[in-house]
Ligand binder design. Structure first.
Ligand code: GLU
Length: 322
């Protein structure tokens, strides 16, 4: 590494909603390899704001699975560090403060639409995320009327106002220069008062000094939204790298619905971590074959640019078919 380049600070930010599976493991491996190859530090952050989806014990199991895979981190819930706490559920005051700044600056407005209302507006143009783009119904609500509804106890989410033409380009470490189009107004605080992912992740990445955010390409469409939030809060964004997703035999992104693909199942089936790493390395095009290899032996010369940009398809019949 040239001595002039500051060492990157990367992060891996799992949601403790279940077991870590091969797809999550691949993302974690790439985030780890990228910072380790550049002599940087990795932060492990638990994204546990979605309380109904959080599973008891899942956070501990994720840390154990990642360590089993051969990864390590410099700061995290189990190690502490200068930016503790590393669990989002314990950082709500920070999100609230950022939200209040956005509100004071007139960047957010209350929205009383239900999911169903938004879905019903399907005739509205699709946004780049292929989600139904929020049609802006509540953007034009008289502010006094909105205040009256909130005061009367009607639950309201808050959306960030995105102006036409707000489509920031960015240089993705894997995919190159991208410009995805103007996103719709998006939720930064849910109707139950929970900070939304988009706001929490920006507040945390900035507070934790993250310079490199590597994550699955399912989150690609979040990036322009997050860049707009950085700007609105006067913060500088990290560089982003969106790594390929692994797909199951059905062509659908790997998830806990695919039996036999969790690290715990693989470990219990007697697979060595080097086997799993070797397999991910081949799927991602890092190596021509899937011979076992330790994660640390992939560090030298690793670059996110070498990852193929298209999703890899994984065919798994049985755990022991690896
Ligand atoms: N917590 C998110 C997830 O598990 C990742 C967020 C991010 O990397 O920006 O999908």
């Amino acid at each position: 590494m040239p001595s002039s380049a500051p060492a990157p600070r990367g992060r891996y930010a799992p949601s403790p909603t279940g077991e870590i599976h091969l797809g999550n493991a691949a993302t974690a491996l790439f985030a780890w390899l990228s910072v380790r190859a550049a002599g940087g530090a990795l932060v492990l952050r638990m994204e546990d704001l979605d309380r109904p989806r959080v599973r008891s014990g899942a956070a501990e199991r994720i840390l154990a699975d990642l360590a089993w895979l051969g990864l390590d981190w410099d700061e995290g819930p189990d190690r502490g560090g200068p930016h503790a706490p590393y669990e989002q559920s314990r950082r709500r005051a920070e999100y609230e403060a950022a939200f209040e700044r956005l509100r004071a600056a007139g960047r957010v407005y209350p929205c009383f639409c239900s999911r169903r209302d938004v879905a019903a507006s399907a005739s509205a143009p699709q946004d780049p995320a292929d989600e139904v783009r929020y049609p802006g119904t509540c953007r034009h609500l008289d502010p006094e009327e909105a205040e009256r509804r909130l005061a009367a106890g009607r639950p309201g989410a808050f959306r960030f106002r995105v102006d036409e033409g707000d489509d920031p380009p960015f240089d993705d470490l894997v995919l190159g220069r991208l410009r995805l189009g103007t996103p719709g107004d998006f939720v930064v605080r849910r109707a139950d008062g929970t900070p939304a992912y988009q706001l929490a992740v920006v507040v945390d990445d900035a507070a934790m000094g993250i310079t490199e955010a590597v994550r699955g390409s399912d989150l690609l469409s979040s990036t322009p939204r997050q860049i707009l939030l950085y700007r609105a809060l006067g913060l500088s964004p990290p560089v982003f790298g969106h790594v390929p997703l692994l797909l199951g035999p059905d062509g659908v992104r790997l998830s806990k619905r695919h039996a036999g693909t969790s690290l715990a199942e693989m470990r219990d089936a007697g697979l060595a971590p080097e086997r799993v790493v070797g397999w991910i390395a081949r799927l991602a095009g890092l190596r021509p074959d899937d011979r076992p290899i330790a994660a640390r032996d992939l560090v030298a010369g690793f670059s996110l640019r070498t990852l193929s940009a298209s999703p890899s398809a994984v065919r798994i019949a049985e755990p022991n078919s690896f």
